[in-house]
Design a protein around this ligand. Structure first.
Ligand SMILES: Nc1ncnc2c1ncn2[C@@H]1O[C@H](COP(=O)(O)OP(=O)(O)O)[C@@H](O)[C@H]1O
Ligand SMILES: [Mg+2]
Length: 266
């Protein structure tokens, strides 16, 4: 299957990746490639689906510069990932620094880039307003001072400010109650419509995947690689009414069927 689109430069490319933890006796990932086109001012919402343990978090860690594959190359904006161009990431677990304020957490990436405090506070406040946390900026970014949903808003704001072009999100709403989860989906769609980042989003929730994605890529396991691609041809502007469209339901069923058939692949 062809996951390569050569018309434009790529914002993220995983090139023929293989990963072994035992010196090549077993491979958890084998010959995996995924190219995500750079669409400046437009962005792209890519969702990765696959069974637990297939390597989804590993792929995000490569792009975030937290891990390197045994074989193959990982590029961000056509350059190999280094500590300088690594991309920050939103995890399922709350990942803010609990001894620091919301404001300082959101501005953290800019602090590492050496930006003066007054300027980074201004830029952080803008994002804090955008994610609906105005009034909470001086609180410690810790549970239960802030709720789970609020802490994920902090993480989204921090990642966006550190690296506005790419958001890596690893099951970011997995720990939230359903109502918070649904409102976080809409918040993320609003952010996407305003900033048009390229988002790489891992979830186990197929209705969530179809609601958010432009493109869904499905991995098979043991060893892993991408085996299915579903383009989500729903309107670009989505809201809760989108979920009432018959085509939305058809796509959920289509992706479900593909997931089930991938599970049966060798
Ligand atoms: N240090 C390690 N040693 C051996 N196996 C590992 C190590 N770290 C991760 N793995 C294996 O790598 C695979 C991929 O893990 P992960 O990327 O976390 O999967 P996912 O996010 O899809 O659930 C898993 O099967 C896991 O057991
Ligand atoms: Mg994972």
């Amino acid at each position: 299957m062809d996951f390569q689109d050569t018309e434009r430069a790529n914002i993220v490319s995983l090139n023929d990746i293989s990963h072994s933890y035992d010196g090549g006796k077993t491979w958890i990932i084998k010959n995996l490639s995924l190219l995500i086109e750079d669409k400046p001012g437009q962005g792209q919402f890519v969702v990765v689906l696959g069974m637990s343990g297939c390597g989804k978090s590993t792929l995000l860690r490569y792009v975030a510069g937290l891990q390197t594959p045994t074989e193959g190359t990982v590029m961000v904006k056509e350059k190999e990932v280094t500590p300088e161009n690594r991309v920050s990431m939103v995890f399922q677990q709350y990942s803010s620094l609990p001894w620091m304020s919301v404001l300082d957490n959101v501005g953290l990436g800019l602090r590492f880039k050496g930006m003066a405090k007054s300027e980074r506070d201004d830029r952080a406040m803008e994002l804090i307003k955008k994610v609906g946390l105005e009034g909470h900026e001086n609180k410690h970014a810790q549970y239960p001072t802030l709720s789970g949903g609020q802490l994920q808003r902090v993480a989204i704001a921090r990642s966006l400010l550190a690296n506005p072009e790419i958001l890596l999100m690893d099951e970011p709403f997995g720990a939230l109650d359903i109502k918070t989860r649904l409102s976080m989906q809409d918040l993320l769609l609003d952010i996407w419509a305003e900033y048009h980042p390229t988002i790489v989003f891992v979830t186990h929730d197929i209705p969530e995947a179809v609601y958010m994605a432009d493109d869904i890529y499905i991995m098979k396991s043991a060893p892993s690689r991408f085996v299915e691609h579903v383009h989500i041809d729903l309107p670009l502007q989505r809201d809760r009414l989108t979920k009432r469209m018959p085509h939305y339901t058809e796509l959920v069923h289509l992706v479900e069927d593909k997931m089930m058939s991938v599970g049966e692949m060798g």
